[in-house]
Design a protein around this ligand. Structure first.
Ligand code: GLN
Ligand code: ZN
Length: 763
């Protein structure tokens, strides 16, 4: 029985990768220095896994930005507009756009990786798409590990997942038909990898966790039959994760691969299904039994039952155990939290990060072979005690919260009147111009802002001095917004490190790590809170800064909150009760905050739900149940206010067409969405649905430093206003501005206001 890890975190325990790349972007370090940093990170990851005794350790799980972008480069799938650039300049231009001298190219799209909060770069395909083997990254990482005495199992993204995650950039063809051109390049790659003498190649096809059409299923069969005929010594591991194989199970079982990996955490029942079919033949079954998506300790007893069941049926050589998916989605190491007063010993025993999960895998293996080993048995007992204490701990269970949830009524999730009535009242009350301009909430988080906040957190700055600083930043931002003449202002969110962390820190039931970083996209990392207990709000969380901002201007300031679904989605969530229950608990806390903001005199309140879509289950049949409780939770949070208070929501990185009905059910008075990179394509869903409420389709792509011109934004607004009911269009960026610098933000927002002015002039 071998142990396998599908992938390891790559950003570095202390975000060394982020730091190095950002320095490289600023020309503070050379490419050579960057390469050295990355090599150290890889070495450390490999050595850690080796020291724990993991048998199958990945290479090519490292990436400078994103593994799908790496695959685009490897397969020579590089859009024409980047062809004049080379090397890393080309690579990062594809990720974030490039504006220098006479070159001005826009980035490729980015979207969520399945149901995670990781974002990948969306491959672009054209009709005459051409592929060629174009990078030696995979080979050089194998060699690099070999030099350290480690034979890795390289991991690549499979051809069907690669094609299906991408987008056709021209009409008149189906990207699946590019498979014939793609397979020979994969073949070349597989042959090269085989030359390196590796034993296994892991091919990730998480697309198997989704509903596939017959044509897509046929493509899978075709691809893997093709691979099996390449004639190599290495063995293929086919890895699916994030859900069951579902209707793709029979097909997967029959594929000519050596190892089939299943996500036992998300789908423990499929083990029985697989064993019953007897279709596995002599394939190895790799049991992804240690959770790569969450931070709770494993339940050894439960896992051993499953492992024993598989071993008895298949024999020990035909069963592997490992992580459910790549450990990319969990933080590095719980040991780094030693001085974290949030994580006392009671809580600590419930948690396992990447490094601890390595040990879990190994202990599970040992326990299943050495029943009597004293050390292993002690670890087993400890695990059982910890799981037991979680079930009863008073840190977790709060009677009051549970009673409040039980007494929720249907009317608690409805506004007093229909949108049309509210809209009329709000127009009378607010008197905003047509094409009202606003931003999504945050303004640039400069080094100074981040340092000051962190000094305050460390106790190096008094509350007074900190408040004075935030006041100054907020005031300057208000004045700037007044100067450029935006209509609805925001306070700038300088007091917030992160849109979820900020709220979680003030809510009961949440706990925070100091170094629990997880990659979100590129160099952007997040520290998801851990929701471990029943959630409640002891005191107001945002009223102080929002009402301060409102008090110093005659324009409207928008109160700024993160919605319950997003807080849930971007946290590590309890696995001891349904997600919907946790979400409703958060919704009640946010509702209290919304009501308090209204009382404090804010007339406009935004409840961000950028993560609504990513919470969708991977299979369509599970969508309705999720959307019902998610939309309801948003409405619980938004429905405590009177009709003339305007509720905004905001969503980004989303395709909207298949959830438009639910977005409409949310019934926010205004929704701002990301659309600029897609040339308003994403707006189509709202138009086709005849979405009645107001919309701000983003006209300024804030994911890159590129400054959009007034003409460019006006062109997007022309498009939008031709499509949407008159008077319903807002003018705003795609998302918050916290990752941008001030100079570019200033120019861009000036251009943005001008574009709105031009629209008004044209009326
Ligand atoms: N209000 C948040 C901000 O501006 C929204 C961020 C988001 O949608 N991801 O930063
Ligand atoms: Zn956003």
């Amino acid at each position: 029985m071998k142990t396998i890890v599908l992938g390891y975190p790559r950003i570095g325990e202390k975000r060394e990768l982020k730091r190095a790349i950002e320095k490289y972007w600023k020309n503070d370090i050379s490419e050579d220095v960057l390469v050295k940093v990355t090599s150290e990170l890889r070495t450390k990851a490999w050595k850690t896994q080796q020291n724990y005794g993991i048998d199958l350790i990945s290479s090519n799980d490292f990436s400078l930005y994103d593994q799908v972008l790496d695959m685009c480069i490897t397969l020579g799938c590089i859009p024409q507009r980047f062809k004049d650039l080379l090397g890393l300049q080309q690579y990062f231009a594809m990720a974030r756009g490039h504006q220098a001298n006479s070159v001005d190219v826009t980035a490729m799209e980015m979207t969520k990786w399945f149901d995670t909060n990781y974002h990948y770069i969306v491959p672009e395909f054209i009709k005459n798409q051409y592929f060629k083997l174009n990078s030696n990254k995979i080979i050089s990482e194998i060699k690099e590990a070999k030099a350290l005495g480690i034979t890795t199992k390289p991991v690549i993204i499979g051809p069907i997942t690669f094609l299906l995650l991408g987008k056709e950039k021209e009409e008149g063809f189906n990207r699946l038909n590019l498979l014939n051109k793609l397979l020979p390049v994969y073949k070349e790659l597989v042959l090269e990898i085989d030359q390196e003498g590796v034993d296994y190649l892991q091919i990730d096809e998480p697309i198997l966790s989704t509903d596939l059409t017959e044509q897509e299923q046929a493509a899978i069969v075709k691809a893997y039959n093709y691979f099996s005929k390449i004639g190599v010594n290495l063995k293929f591991i086919l890895a699916n994760y994030f859900d069951c194989y579902g209707k793709n199970l029979e097909l997967a079982l029959k594929l000519p691969v050596h190892v089939l990996h299943i996500d036992v955490v998300r789908c423990s029942l499929q083990l029985e299904d697989i064993l019953e079919t007897k279709l596995l033949g002599d394939k190895v079954l790799s049991l992804g039994i240690v959770d790569g998506r969450n931070i709770w300790i494993n339940d050894f007893k439960k896992s051993l039952k499953l492992i024993e069941r598989a071993k008895n049926e298949l024999g020990e050589n035909q069963v592997w155990i490992g992580t459910s998916c790549s450990l990319l989605h969990v933080p590095y190491n719980l040991e780094l939290e030693e001085n974290n007063e949030n994580i006392n010993s009671e809580v600590k025993q419930w948690l396992a990060f990447a490094k601890q999960k390595l040990q879990e895998i190994v202990v599970l293996k040992e326990k299943s072979f050495q029943e009597e080993d004293v050390r292993v048995n002690a670890l087993f007992e400890k695990n059982q005690e910890a799981n037991q204490s979680r079930k009863v701990s008073s840190l977790i269970h709060d009677q009051n919260v549970q009673q409040r949830l039980d007494s929720l009524k249907g009317t608690d999730s409805e506004r007093d009147s229909l949108f049309s009535i509210r809209q009329a009242q709000q127009r009378k009350e607010l008197k905003l111009p047509v094409f009202p301009t606003t931003t999504i909430g945050s303004f640039p988080q400069t080094k100074e802002v981040r340092q000051t906040r962190s000094k305050f957190k460390k106790g190096e700055l008094s509350q007074e001095d900190y408040d004075a600083f935030i006041k100054k930043e907020t005031e300057e931002t208000i004045r700037f917004q007044e100067d450029v003449d935006l209509d609805v202002l925001v306070h700038g969110e300088f007091e917030r490190n992160d849109m979820v962390e900020y709220f979680g820190e003030q809510l009961e039931g949440f706990l925070f790590t100091k170094l629990g970083w997880v990659q979100s996209y590129g160099t952007r990392c997040v520290k998801p809170p851990i929701i471990y207990g029943d959630v409640s709000r002891p005191t107001p969380m945002t009223v102080k800064w929002s009402s301060y901002a409102q008090s110093i201007t005659h324009k409207y300031v928008k109160g700024m909150l993160t919605g319950p679904v997003t807080i849930l989605q971007w946290s590590f969530v309890r696995n001891d009760q349904p997600r919907s229950v946790t979400c409703n608990q958060i919704a009640l806390a946010i509702r209290d905050e919304v009501n308090d903001l209204e009382k404090a005199g804010l007339k406009i309140i935004q409840i961000d739900e950028p993560a609504l879509r990513e919470g969708l289950p991977l299979r369509k049949e599970d969508w309705k149940a999720y959307l019902d409780w998610a939309v309801n939770a948003f409405k619980i949070s938004a429905s405590g206010v009177s009709d003339h208070t305007q509720i905004h929501t905001h969503m980004c990185y989303a395709e909207f067409n298949d959830i438009i009905e639910s977005i409409a059910k949310m019934d926010a008075d205004v929704i701002t969405i990301e659309t600029s990179r897609s040339e308003m394509e994403l707006l189509k869903a709202f138009v086709d649905f005849k979405y009645p409420n107001e919309i701000g389709p983003g006209v300024y792509d804030i994911h890159s430093p590129r400054i959009p011109s007034q003409e460019e934004m006006e062109h997007l607004l022309d498009k939008a206003s031709n499509l949407l009911p008159f008077g319903n269009v807002w003018v705003n960026p795609d998302c918050g501005l916290k990752t941008r610098d001030w100079p570019e933000t200033k120019t861009a927002l000036k251009n943005l206001v001008q574009s709105a002015n031009r629209m008004r002039e044209k009326l």
